[in-house]
Design a protein around this ligand. Sequence first.
Ligand SMILES: C[S@@+](CC[C@H](N)C(=O)[O-])C[C@H]1O[C@@H](n2cnc3c(N)ncnc32)[C@H](O)[C@@H]1O
Length: 397
Amino acid sequence: MVGMSTVWDPTQYAKFSDHRSRPFDDLLARVRATSPALVVDLGCGNGPLTLGLAQRWPDARIVGVDHSPEMLKAARELDVDGRVEWVEADVATWDVATLGAAPDVIVTNATLQWVPGHLDLVARWVSALAPGGWFAMQVPGNNDAPSHALMRESAANHPAKERLSPALNRLAVHDPARYVVELGAFGCEVDGWETTYQHVLDPAGEQDNPVLEWVRGTGLRPVLEALTDEAERAAFLADYDARLRAAYPRTPVGVILAFRRVFAVARRSDTAASPDAGAHVVGLHHVQVACPAGSEDALRAFYGDLVGLPEIPKPPALTARGGVWFRVGPHELHCGVEEGFAPARKAHPAIAVRDVDALAATLAARGGDITWDEAIPGTRRFHTADPVGNRVEFQQV
Ligand SMILES: C[S@@+](CC[C@H](N)C(=O)[O-])C[C@H]1O[C@@H](n2cnc3c(N)ncnc32)[C@H](O)[C@@H]1O
């Protein structure tokens, strides 16, 4: 997917650093951690804001994660005191366990709009927080703004429109209420809001088209990357430039760019991390398994009593079909009755847990077959079979 490109230009991105830092400051103002030991910035970019975290919490260990080598190079150059651990990784696959300790603060600013399925990741990160820990995120909510709508119009009028189409596929960013609900499912106190900033760009009148300069540093990158032919690129830019000028006229104070952003800050409860009573279960990678009629009690004993997943009552309209449902973090695992059932030996749900060794020991003590799989470096996981023979995986987070 083009939106996942790692090619960023730190110099272009830094052109509007004052404007870009404002939402970060507004976000962090709602994080009231006083002396966190471990702070993580996911999608840290070129570094100045991450270094601001180091200034705010001078005694904390600070980790910045980004998948762009260019952005990280700029960040390392800025970090003259070596204050931050800079990690090159895709946040979608980065494993919190590599930190070696539960983070007290996780911040992710202007990044998750590039990350497919970020709600699942958010669930994983919040679950991994230390008790009383903070999660803070900000994403742009400006997909319908003229800056982006006009980009789509210019692309639709361009001879290479077929090629440009994937570059314009923006990933889902949700309204604040959705983040509040998702984060609240972890028993967090959640604060969600949105703000439309009125950025006054280029008050001195030095730039030809400041809105174009702004989007070049972020949302326009995938389009320009797709247009490798100079003439094609120039044609696109000429059309888009003209549209932007009409939509964002210069005023006596500069060019005003209205920019909506969505925020959520969650504080995990002080007692949320008890390893007992099934609280080690923190996420779900897959959601559906089949089972034969009449196996519900055995499934309850396994997924419910042994693993610790709370059962969810099935909707009355579906109870006659049999089967049993469980909650896994913010998700659900549905065991659905299938006529002619045959156990799934390959396809499987993968359930993230806090203490995979303890769970393996419990299952083995009850006669379960445990198969450890070391194939993925840094990932501790095992497979077993549920009572109806379906493969199921448990993975450490
Ligand atoms: C708009 S910049 C924001 C940088 C910084 N957080 C800030 O507020 O200035 C987005 C950053 O997210 C990073 N990014 C996007 N997708 C990512 C992913 N899947 N994994 C890691 N970093 C990612 C980009 O490389 C880029 O540095």
